[in-house]
Write a new protein. Structure first.
Length: 337
């Protein structure tokens, strides 16, 4: 007999690490994971079963479907922005075709056990595309439906998958003569996420955590954006909490499918100053990489998260000072002792 579980794809990444920890501590349901690489032993002990394989492997998805009853999915598997620019076709395959396969998988689950399936999807600030820097500096915090003209393959993938989620939730097979069960797709559009537990993994916003890790290790770091570069960020625990809070929100309170979240919006120089304050021997300089700078400049300096606060009570724990003093600096300092 199939057992109900929560499925986390891309579980070995930064967000997955935090989700597994929180869900295992809660203990309300067993955890199933899918990733290209095995979990670390400490995390593996927290899950019911881990599958090592590709989100594009339909046979593997069918095997999972046959063994378990899944009514909650956190779809984290993705190929990030920087790498996606070097391999755009692969990025599209992983980010779009993988998401489409999982949406079909979730729809099959919905049809087989007759209960709603929640599909929680982390999107990104990369879904935005502001045309130029003069426009960016004059903007107020940007709403979800503004400037949706991304300039990266990753951003294009994320924006399209947001639309796929809306389709599968509200319009799937809309011309069918018979009623068609639909998903409960819910999306968080994240800012840059900063983790103290895992090492940065290639995101274009990773200049912030890269500064901290380099300074803690006593290594020099050349930041690839200008000192005045500004985008919104969030501490990883608040990112994990946002996903869990949105997942548990009653459906009738949600007025939209895609929600911005954010916590603070410092300049790169302000981040550097906080890092040097904690690690005075740190050597952080700035040398703008024209191409990567252009990508970051196409993202808003801040995002409007009022809908998330209104509909499901989003409220981050960590402001800028608290994120550094209470979470990032103590944890990262301990890592490199």
């Amino acid at each position: 007999m199939r057992r109900p579980v929560v499925l986390i794809t891309g579980a070995s990444g930064e967000i997955g690490h935090g989700l597994i920890t929180r869900l295992s501590e809660d203990g309300s349901r067993p955890i199933l994971t899918l990733d290209l690489k095995p979990l670390e032993p400490e995390q593996a002990r927290r899950v019911e079963r881990q599958y090592v394989g590709s989100i594009l492997d339909r046979n593997l998805l069918e095997r999972i479907l046959s063994e378990f009853e899944i009514d909650l999915i956190f779809h984290l598997a993705a190929l990030l922005s920087t790498r996606g620019e070097f391999t755009p076709v692969t990025a599209h395959q992983v980010n779009v075709e993988g998401t489409l396969a999982l949406l079909e998988f979730a729809t099959s689950e919905r049809q087989s056990h007759g209960r709603p399936v929640k599909f929680i999807y982390p999107s990104s600030i990369a879904a935005y595309g502001i045309p130029d820097l003069p426009t960016k500096v004059t903007l107020r915090p940007v709403k979800e439906d503004q400037f949706n003209l991304p300039t990266t393959m990753y951003g294009c993938n994320k924006l399209y998958c947001e639309h796929l989620g809306r389709y599968y939730s509200g319009h799937y097979k809309q011309l069918s003569a018979e009623p068609v069960p639909r998903l409960d797709f819910r999306c968080v559009r994240f800012p840059g996420l900063i983790s103290a537990v895992t090492v940065p993994s290639g995101g274009t916003s990773d200049y912030a955590p890269e500064m901290i890790h380099a300074a803690a290790k006593g290594e020099a770091y050349t930041c690839f954006v200008r000192p005045d570069t500004r985008i919104p960020f969030m501490a990883m625990p608040d990112g994990v909490e946002a996903l869990l809070t949105l997942a548990s929100a009653p459906a009738e309170t949600l007025r939209q499918r895609i929600y911005n979240v954010r916590a603070f919006s410092p300049s790169a120089e302000e981040i550097r100053d906080l890092v040097i304050g904690a690690f005075p021997s740190g050597r952080i300089t700035f040398e703008s990489d024209t191409k990567r700078q252009g990508i970051v400049d196409s993202w808003p300096a801040d995002a409007d998260d009022s809908a998330a606060r209104r509909d499901w009570g989003f409220s981050p724990k960590y402001g800028l000072a608290e994120a550094f003093s209470d979470y990032l600096i103590p944890t990262i300092r301990k890592r490199y002792r």
